[in-house]
Design a protein around this ligand. Sequence first.
Ligand SMILES: Cc1ncc(COP(=O)(O)O)c(C=O)c1O
Ligand SMILES: N[C@H](C=O)CCC(=O)O
Length: 422
Amino acid sequence: MESYWQRAQNVLPGGVNSPVRSFKGVGGEPFFVKRGQGPYLFDDQGRQYIDFVMSYGPLILGHAHPKVVAAVSEQATQGLSYGAPTDLEVEMAETLVQAVPGLEMVRMVNSGTEATMAAIRVARGVTGRDRILKFAGSYHGHGDSLLVKAGSGAATMGVPDSLGVPKALAELTLTVPYNDVDALRTVFNAVGDQIAAVIMEPVAGNMGTVLPQPGFLDTVRQLTRQYGALWIVDEVMTGFRVAWGGASRLFGLEPDLVCLAKVIGAGMPVGAYGGKKSYMQEVAPLGPVYQAGTLSGNPVAMAAGLAQLHEIHQPDFYSQLEQKTRTLAEELVARGRAHGIAVSANTIGGMFTLFFSDMPPRNFDEVSHSDHARYRKFFHGMLEQGVFFPPSPFETAFPSWAHTEATIQATLEAADRVFQQL
Ligand SMILES: Cc1ncc(COP(=O)(O)O)c(C=O)c1O
Ligand SMILES: N[C@H](C=O)CCC(=O)O
């Protein structure tokens, strides 16, 4: 009998609905998920995995958290979508506005991709300029303007500049290496007055986790201000993942526009973009920048997101999550090195990536020079041991609240066995 994976090849491109899930970055066949509970995934063969993918970030409380499930179930009995305003949308917007610096007004959408596409449109609309600038190896979803030197699945599949993006549009997207202030200055000196916006991940997560070097974010803010460009801080991954209110709050940033998704939807399809009122008042129906969505502000998604945000808004939530993540990352590095392996890690909040390199990378080029063959062996070794790491060296691992001391220890013991064979 044909497996689901074989059947999937006939009806889904590459057997999947998002490229990185195909395991093309690590080889082999993906497992098929039956259910998730807490820190675990269970596949259709009855195998259990400690999950560090966590749906690529949204599940900060773990799988099927009772409060989130209850909120979704309760809302579902009241209807799935209305196409008319709800209290829940206002509560969500107020929660986000209170938490995220620079967010005065927000529009809910259905994904991170929608959020970044719309934010760029606003920036182009309000500045009357067409060029944008992004950093090589960053990923901001699959909007045409942003699939230029893109990270995440685009880097994993070897298509950082996607076919199908009009050349004339791609040429409007400038790129410089992450953390390279000299390259940034050079571009601004040359064409700064033509740049509508710099869009960036405040902590890169789509070339694996790469931290901003001291002064880098300040330089971006200073140059965008000097040249009249907007600063779009893409917090789709970092928002409520590295801290309450995201990296903007953690680092005290002053963004013009912010993009959110993932954690604010708790696993439901959600995104949001917003910023200063003066910019958001240009969005329809108030202004001439058009953007809309049949399911935007979906009540089930709002209920799920609000339940999760309520649950994580506790005094020690992020310090404990960060401690857990740091312990795991540091211990993995220590144990790998004890086996003579060149391994390092970048970590912040509930994000980390293990790199098979002596030093933690600072940009996409350095990530590209880490030992990807070893990552693939590590990935499969861990999977055999029942631990699911991201199936690409260009992705971030996401511990959750549900990852207990016991699951961290089990992961480290599994890694010890795997490092021995690398
Ligand atoms: C920083 C960042 N921006 C945008 C996106 C796009 O979000 P989505 O996959 O929800 O479209 C992602 C993840 O995919 C992301 O990590
Ligand atoms: N790195 C991506 C988002 O953050 C992974 C999600 C995907 O491409 O399926």
